[in-house]
Design a protein around this ligand. Sequence first.
Ligand SMILES: [Zn+2]
Length: 93
Amino acid sequence: MLFFDRELPDGSSNWGLCHQDKKIIWIVRNSGDREQEIDTFFHELFHAVWHEYRRSNRETEEIAVTILAAGLSKALTNNPSLLQYLTQNQKIE
Ligand SMILES: [Zn+2]
Protein backbone atom coordinates (compact mmCIF):
# COMPACT_ATOMS: atom_id res chain seq x y z
CA MET A 1 0.00 0.00 0.00
CA LEU A 2 1.23 3.48 -0.84
CA PHE A 3 0.31 6.77 0.81
CA PHE A 4 1.22 10.26 -0.26
CA ASP A 5 0.88 12.86 2.47
CA ARG A 6 2.30 16.20 3.51
CA GLU A 7 3.85 14.70 6.66
CA LEU A 8 5.04 11.30 7.74
CA PRO A 9 3.13 9.47 10.48
CA ASP A 10 6.25 9.27 12.67
CA GLY A 11 6.57 13.07 12.71
CA SER A 12 10.10 12.91 11.29
CA SER A 13 11.43 15.31 8.69
CA ASN A 14 12.38 12.47 6.34
CA TRP A 15 11.03 12.28 2.79
CA GLY A 16 9.54 8.82 3.13
CA LEU A 17 8.91 5.88 5.38
CA CYS A 18 8.51 2.15 4.85
CA HIS A 19 6.61 0.16 7.45
CA GLN A 20 7.79 -3.28 6.47
CA ASP A 21 5.53 -5.39 8.70
CA LYS A 22 2.36 -3.51 7.68
CA LYS A 23 3.59 -3.30 4.05
CA ILE A 24 2.96 0.45 3.84
CA ILE A 25 5.09 3.13 2.17
CA TRP A 26 4.54 6.82 2.89
CA ILE A 27 5.94 9.53 0.64
CA VAL A 28 5.90 13.27 1.36
CA ARG A 29 4.01 14.80 -1.56
CA ASN A 30 4.02 18.26 -3.09
CA SER A 31 7.43 18.99 -1.66
CA GLY A 32 8.35 21.06 -4.70
CA ASP A 33 11.13 18.64 -5.55
CA ARG A 34 9.67 16.04 -7.90
CA GLU A 35 13.00 14.23 -8.45
CA GLN A 36 13.39 13.88 -4.67
CA GLU A 37 9.89 12.43 -4.38
CA ILE A 38 10.63 9.87 -7.10
CA ASP A 39 13.99 9.01 -5.50
CA THR A 40 12.24 8.59 -2.14
CA PHE A 41 9.58 6.34 -3.63
CA PHE A 42 12.21 3.99 -5.05
CA HIS A 43 14.27 4.21 -1.84
CA GLU A 44 11.33 3.08 0.29
CA LEU A 45 10.22 0.51 -2.29
CA PHE A 46 13.70 -1.04 -2.25
CA HIS A 47 13.59 -1.18 1.57
CA ALA A 48 10.34 -3.14 1.21
CA VAL A 49 11.90 -5.48 -1.36
CA TRP A 50 15.00 -5.95 0.81
CA HIS A 51 12.79 -6.85 3.77
CA GLU A 52 10.63 -9.15 1.64
CA TYR A 53 13.69 -11.19 0.70
CA ARG A 54 14.71 -11.35 4.35
CA ARG A 55 18.06 -9.58 4.06
CA SER A 56 19.29 -8.36 7.42
CA ASN A 57 22.44 -6.22 7.21
CA ARG A 58 20.99 -2.75 7.90
CA GLU A 59 24.10 -0.79 6.86
CA THR A 60 24.38 -2.65 3.55
CA GLU A 61 20.63 -2.25 3.03
CA GLU A 62 20.79 1.53 3.40
CA ILE A 63 23.70 1.84 0.97
CA ALA A 64 22.11 -0.49 -1.57
CA VAL A 65 18.67 1.14 -1.57
CA THR A 66 20.17 4.65 -1.73
CA ILE A 67 22.31 3.80 -4.77
CA LEU A 68 19.56 1.91 -6.58
CA ALA A 69 16.91 4.57 -5.90
CA ALA A 70 19.19 7.39 -7.06
CA GLY A 71 20.10 5.56 -10.26
CA LEU A 72 16.57 4.53 -11.14
CA SER A 73 15.00 7.91 -10.37
CA LYS A 74 17.72 9.65 -12.40
CA ALA A 75 17.13 7.29 -15.33
CA LEU A 76 13.40 8.03 -15.26
CA THR A 77 13.66 11.80 -14.82
CA ASN A 78 16.31 12.09 -17.55
CA ASN A 79 14.26 9.92 -19.91
CA PRO A 80 10.61 10.96 -19.60
CA SER A 81 9.45 8.47 -22.22
CA LEU A 82 11.10 5.54 -20.43
CA LEU A 83 8.23 4.93 -18.02
CA GLN A 84 5.75 5.11 -20.87
CA TYR A 85 7.89 2.65 -22.83
CA LEU A 86 8.04 0.25 -19.88
CA THR A 87 4.33 0.39 -19.12
CA GLN A 88 2.78 0.80 -22.54
CA ASN A 89 5.21 -0.92 -24.87
CA GLN A 90 5.86 2.24 -26.88
CA LYS A 91 8.95 3.39 -28.74
CA ILE A 92 11.49 5.50 -26.84
CA GLU A 93 11.92 8.93 -28.48
ZN1 LIG B 1 16.57 4.26 4.01
